[in-house]
Write a protein that binds this ligand. Structure first.
Ligand code: ADP
Ligand code: X2W
Length: 263
């Protein structure tokens, strides 16, 4: 395949907002080039766990996942969220197929080693089966991937969706030009967290370091940008961070924050 493929990640704040999510899926369905959707759903997992009396603990943007939490995220990401996204995309005439990393063996991982902290059933990605993903695309299927991976021993592991998107884009990059688009609830990376219009149009590793040091870029945006720059350094052609409602423009490089390695 030589046409560009879009690897698009949608975060939990949009998924949790029915109107914003439906609007996003409508635009996603209309993108004419091959595409893969990778979704989060952390917010819904936290809410569902709370309903079951299970407390959520996050460290550096990653969920501590014990056995009970693994059951919750398996149900929420692999079932509730994934299947609703697929159903809505099918209604938009987009031939989506819902998958976890275990389905067709697309994303294998290893359990995060215990160092100072035990994250529990959390996966670090070992291998993405790009050949299998390409055969889905070639047969006209649009993979919709939940943030769950599997080990060689057959255990499901909770895996950050931003990392899954980056690893998937990197794995596909030697085969065709890839654009990786992170969609969330702001118009891009902001230079002033209190001003939603203060989008930084272009970000380099140097300007990222400066914004991070000043505290302007913080929380979940740090692992997201680390993943995003890693993808760019590993052969992904375009990486864009944008509002879910701006997906169509961002796919043409006309909205959001465009990452660049140039000084
Ligand atoms: N400079 C910044 N610009 C935009 N968002 C930022 C910035 N610094 C921190 N953030 C935070 O990063 C969050 C996005 O990261 P995350 O919660 O991981 O997103 P997602 O919903 O895509 O998983 C935003 O909701 C925002 O609160
Ligand atoms: C290990 C780990 O932290 N996994 C994430 C997977 C979901 C996710 O990444 O969702 P968002 O994109 O909505 O944040 C979690 O359980 O929160």
């Amino acid at each position: 395949m030589s046409f560009p493929v879009h690897v698009i990640k949608i975060g939990g704040n949009i998924i949790d907002n029915p109107t914003a999510c439906t609007d996003f899926l409508r635009v996603f369905a209309q993108i004419s080039t091959p595409k893969i959707l990778i979704h989060g759903g952390g917010k819904i997992a936290t809410q569902t766990a709370a309903k079951l009396g299970i407390e959520t603990q996050m460290v550096d943007g990653r969920r501590i996942t014990d056995r009970a939490m693994l059951d919750v995220v398996t149900m929420v990401y692999g079932g509730l969220v994934n299947k609703n996204l697929v159903a809505q995309l099918q209604a938009e005439s987009c031939n989506a197929i819902g998958l976890t990393g275990a389905d067709a063996g697309i994303i294998r991982s290893t359990k995060r080693p215990v160092k100072t902290l035990d994250y529990g059933f959390v996966g670090d990605i070992a291998e993405v089966n790009s050949g299998q993903l390409n055969s889905f695309l070639k047969s006209g299927l649009i993979p919709v991937i939940a943030p769950l991976t599997f080990t060689s021993e057959g255990v499901l592991l909770n895996t950050n969706a931003d990392t899954m998107a980056s690893a998937t884009a990197v794995a596909l990059a030697p085969l065709q030009p890839i654009s990786l688009i992170y969609c969330f609830e702001k118009k891009g990376v902001l230079s002033d967290p209190d001003d939603d219009e203060s989008v930084i149009p272009s970000l380099t590793p140097e300007s990222y370091a400066t914004f991070k040091a000043s505290g302007v870029i913080n929380q979940g945006m740090i692992p997201k940008l680390d993943n995003a720059f890693k993808a760019l350094e590993s052969g992904v052609k375009w990486v864009i961070i944008c509002h879910a409602q701006d997906l169509a423009l961002a796919a043409e490089g006309k909205a959001g924050t465009v990452l660049s390695l140039e000084k």
